[in-house]
Design a binder for this molecule. Structure first.
Ligand SMILES: Nc1ncnc2c1ncn2[C@@H]1O[C@H](COP(=O)(O)OP(=O)(O)OP(=O)(O)O)[C@@H](O)[C@H]1O
Ligand SMILES: [Mg+2]
Length: 273
């Protein structure tokens, strides 16, 4: 996939990237600011807006009953695909909740668009269940964004991304703006939900040590290209690319005893998704 921003002069933000996400796996995507992580994620989910242009490439979702050619989707098909099959927790999502409508109205919106057959009471029951799944009290359904802490807002965004039980969740720096303790709690929550619902995750962050803990595989991106993809273990113990080595050595905590990191909750996937 190649994506450019048609400004003057044009910026080629994603250069000939080829990436496979396996069913149920956690794929970490790391790289410096501006290397094209968000642009790639938007490209996969057909969220690019002008001046961004998908210059070439294909995106295929392999489903049990056939392949979906994501680039060819239009109108209703595309709307259904976006939240039903692949959902996204946006970068800065903590501030992405609509400030003037309640959490309930925002969750109900997702269901009204994608599950028009659901009754109000069903929507309510499922919304309450979703909040509890992400560790937010169901009484918070009637709250507005400003009444919630940053961590709670982020949990609500995750609940929304989970609402339709997608196969793939793209999380673009979902915990970056949170303090370390809340980050950990939310990460644990994401890992638990993934075990429970078995969706695949593309987890985007600058935080390579965190990716080493949670990912099955890690892709390292630099200047719009993926320079290395490998299992988390190999990225850590046998990095191939110079940039990967630099990235690893830029985290002081990794300079201690090697091989000592703890991986949690990451199961291996095998089928392509
Ligand atoms: N709307 C835009 N117009 C022009 N160039 C853009 C636009 N959005 C992004 N870019 C450029 O595309 C490149 C990739 O940006 P992108 O936001 O995908 O990077 P990123 O890896 O997600 O960075 P970060 O870690 O800071 O979120 C950068 O060079 C950026 O300046
Ligand atoms: Mg980004």
């Amino acid at each position: 996939m190649t994506i450019s921003y048609e400004v003057t002069p044009p910026v080629v933000a994603v250069k000939d990237v080829d990436l496979t996400l396996y069913r149920g796996e956690i794929l970490g995507l790391a790289g410096e600011s501006g290397c094209g992580k968000t642009t790639l994620a938007y490209g996969m989910n057909r969220l690019l807006k002008p001046p961004a242009l998908l210059r070439s490439g294909e995106v295929t979702l392999h489903e049990k009953d056939g392949d979906i050619d994501v680039v060819a989707l239009k109108g209703d098909e595309l709307r259904r695909f976006r939240w039903d099959k692949v959902s996204m927790v946006f970068q800065g999502a903590m501030n992405a909740l609509n400030p003037v409508i309640s959490v309930k109205a925002q969750l109900f919106d997702v269901f009204s668009t994608h599950r028009p057959e659901m009754s109000r009471s069903e929507k309510r029951a499922v919304s309450e269940e979703l909040l509890e799944l992400v560790g937010v009290d169901k009484n918070r359904l009637t709250s507005y964004a400003h009444e919630l802490s940053g961590g709670m807002r982020q949990r609500v965004m995750i609940a929304m991304a989970l609402a339709l039980r997608p196969q793939v969740m793209i999380m673009d720096e979902p915990t970056t703006a949170l303090d370390v303790v809340v980050q950990r709690e939310i990460l644990r929550e994401i890992m638990r939900l993934r075990e429970q619902f078995n969706f695949a995750v593309i987890f985007i962050t600058h935080d390579l040590p965190m990716l080493l803990e949670i990912s099955d595989r890690i892709a390292i991106m630099k200047d719009g290209a993926i320079v290395e993809v490998n299992t988390a273990h190999n990225i850590y113990s046998a990095p191939q690319h110079e940039y990967t080595k630099q990235l690893l050595s830029s985290f002081p905590s990794l300079l201690g005893e090697r091989g000592g990191f703890v991986r949690t909750g990451a199961g291996g996937g095998s089928d392509e998704s």
